[in-house]
Design a protein around this ligand. Structure first.
Ligand SMILES: [Ca+2]
Length: 194
């Protein structure tokens, strides 16, 4: 019997083992090769050697929907409203699954053009307040204002959409109860952004 050869490390020992197996297979007769193949295939086909394991695959939702206003808002502002006065609170919805709860941000689109009369304050709780920016509005000068608001989620990639709020100017009494308003249908225009 040949003495055991000593190897420097496991890698050398494994390499020698692979080499011996290759050599054995190279020296196999056709009959020995056929026997080995039959044995391997029988092992694979033997139901006693196999089992079935249920594998549950969960499909994760991709963030591919932009948030949008939760409803069509009907917003009014009194002619005698004061600056920095909240006139409405809005919220948004999102069709995507959210693993950390619904979280959106709100900001006025193109503030330079639209923030002189009204502005949006993100409440950081999935709602935003619509605020006046000046003292007094005249429905005879302008009875309807359009305020485009960008709503963004915190998904990856971030999805945003722009919803336009329609704000109508109304006459109110000293208690700011609406006494007269024009019956103008509320419209919301939505433009998806990437
Ligand atoms: Ca989303």
């Amino acid at each position: 019997m040949a003495p055991h050869k000593k190897y420097a490390n496991d890698n050398e020992r494994k390499a020698a083992k692979v080499q011996r197996r290759r050599q054995q297979r190279a020296n196999e007769t056709l009959e020995e090769q056929q026997h080995r193949w039959d044995k391997n295939n029988a092992y694979k086909r033997n139901p006693k050697e196999s089992s079935r394991v249920p594998v549950f695959i969960k499909v994760l939702d991709v963030n591919d929907n932009a948030p949008e206003f939760a409803m069509l808002y009907e917003i009014f502002v009194c002619e005698n409203a004061k600056a920095e006065q909240i006139i409405h609170t809005v919220s948004a919805i999102d069709k995507d699954d959210s693993y950390s709860g619904l979280q959106f941000s709100y900001e006025v689109a193109n503030p330079a053009a639209h923030s002189t009369n009204f502005t949006v304050k993100d409440n950081r709780d999935n709602t935003a307040g619509i605020y006046t920016r000046r003292n007094g509005y005249s429905r005879h000068e302008m009875n309807t204002y359009l305020l485009p608001v960008v709503i963004s989620d915190y998904g990856f990639p971030i999805q945003s959409s722009t919803g336009t709020l329609t704000i109508r100017v109304c006459a109110c009494d000293h208690k700011e109860a609406i006494t007269a308003k024009q019956t103008i249908p509320v419209t919301v225009n939505r433009v998806d952004l990437i």
